[in-house]
Design a protein around this ligand. Sequence first.
Ligand SMILES: [Zn+2]
Length: 252
Amino acid sequence: MTAVKDKAVCIGKRNYSETSQIVTLFSRGQGKIRALAKGSRRERGRFGGGIDVLAEGEILFVPPQGEGTLAILTEFDLQESFTNLRQDLPALPCAEYMSYLLGEFTEEFDPYEKLYVAFVSALKRLGPQCRSELVLLDFELTLLREIGLSPVWDRCSSCGGPLETDAQYLYFSSGSGGMLCRDCEPAIVEKRPVDPRVLQVLQHPETAENTPRKTVFDAHELLSYHQQELAGKQAAVMKFVNQILRKQVLSV
Ligand SMILES: [Zn+2]
């Protein structure tokens, strides 16, 4: 079988044996790849002592030979280790949170080039002086758009009717796939109230940069709720990221 060349970021790894690791990679051309990196834990191996999570490299791998089998990673040539992620507290958990989302919401060998570009760009932006909530919001909107699960923000996701314009609060339902109008809302149990200013950011994300941090955080937090409902579970990393970012945006 011919080896395939690509570019990828390591989004997860675990030790497989004394000398090898199983890595989860998010690649530019092939999407998510689970691969066995034979000898990657050896000091002087081809992988230079191991492949770090959140490192980007040029990879060479042999695709899986059957259902349920792993790809074989033969090379990981480190290109970028994003040292900016280690210079600021929220940056690393935010990057781990994005890795979690990619692992959860993409399938192996289902390529999403735009998502790869958005992921790498987000990894570069995170760090000191960065509005992390803005980076996460951008990334989450791209993710949901690319996987076809973008919520409906501009009308009722249940009946298609218009949303109230003068309400103090509107409602969002993950199960309905977006906002709810006043007529549909009472019948739906799974829902969250949304401040109209938060909805405004979600409808026009290009305005987020000039929007107060707390409002942008709330928009991100609503997307994290949607992702939690879609996944059917709350990941510990999501809870942690939301705790530290909430504290940060409230302190400025
Ligand atoms: Zn409706």
